[in-house]
Design a protein around this ligand. Structure first.
Ligand code: KMH
Ligand code: ZN
Length: 273
């Protein structure tokens, strides 16, 4: 089987220092967390950025500052900005980092409840607009799907030319409002995408490491990090994203697969090497 790409979602937009004091806000903290994740085996850094007080922003200048600083210390990492941003942001705000021509960016393929009163809104026209822009700027989308209907949306927009072939999916499992993080549902998602598509799995909350193990066994890739989960195990908070990546890498190796380097990740994903 091909090697396993580990993505580290180091910061997120909803998780705060109240959940784990090591969640990064400042550029310095972002760099610290990215480097710890990279050193432990992450080849993709999935990035949200904040103001120093922790407020999420999609400001292009803040993204540039953080991405440049990450690349200083994680030379060949793939830095993948979010276009999801935080719940409630406008499309104009969310799409800004795509203008920096990153190798990849996320493309969220549907609307869902997001806990409490929150709704994460991605209308069909939004997905088309973001997808078209990514094609124009040669940015590979990581197709984020929180439920099975979002897979169908992505497949339909692929046929209509808003998403290129060689699709790479991220099954986000366990959001309150999305598909649950169970073996049955992961199989269902896996069986719903084309056989030549690649996929990673993000288990949110307590299902994170179960989803990692299952994805490794199924031939998939894995995402770990504070955006999705701040615990090493029940009641034990992670000291860094590096610790979470290390645990994921140990699972990968224990199950007989190897961790991909950034160069290998680019080859697997069809990015320019
Ligand atoms: N913060 C969530 C509302 C993405 O990065 O593309 C959306 C999110 C998805 O995190
Ligand atoms: Zn994200």
């Amino acid at each position: 089987m091909e090697k396993v790409i580990i993505t580290a979602a180091i910061s997120g937009a909803e998780v705060t220092k109240e959940h784990n004091e090591n969640v990064p806000y400042t550029v310095e903290e972002v760099v610290r967390e990215a480097k710890a994740a990279y050193d432990a085996g992450a080849s993709i850094i999935h990035l949200h950025v904040r103001h120093d007080d922790g407020t999420p922003t999609q400001d292009i200048n803040r993204f540039k500052e953080c991405m440049d600083a990450i690349k200083e210390v994680c030379k060949d990492a793939i830095v993948q900005p979010s276009t999801g941003g935080a719940v409630g942001m406008s499309n104009e705000e969310r799409v800004q980092p795509v203008n920096l021509h990153p190798e990849m960016a996320t493309l969220d393929c549907g609307t869902c409840n997001f806990g409490g009163d929150d709704i994460f809104v991605n209308t069909e026209n939004t997905i088309k607009e973001f997808g078209k822009k990514m094609i124009e700027l040669n940015v590979k989308p990581e197709i984020e799907v929180f439920d099975k209907g979002m897979v169908d949306m992505a497949l339909r927009l692929n046929k209509k030319g808003f998403i290129n072939d060689n699709m790479h999916f991220n099954f986000v499992m366990g959001v309150n409002g999305g598909i649950s993080g169970t073996y049955r549902d992961l199989m269902f998602m896996r069986q719903s995408i084309p056989s030549n598509a690649t996929f990673t799995v993000s288990g949110v909350g307590r299902c994170q490491f179960d989803m990692i193990a299952l994805s490794v066994l199924m031939g998939g890739h894995v995402r770990v990090g504070f955006e999705d989960n701040v615990y090493m195990e029940k009641g034990v908070k992670a000291k860094s994203n590096g610790e979470l990546v290390q645990k994921a890498a140990n699972i990968v190796r224990a199950l007989g697969r190897q961790v991909a380097t950034p160069k290998e990740a680019r080859e697997i994903l069809g990015l320019e090497v």
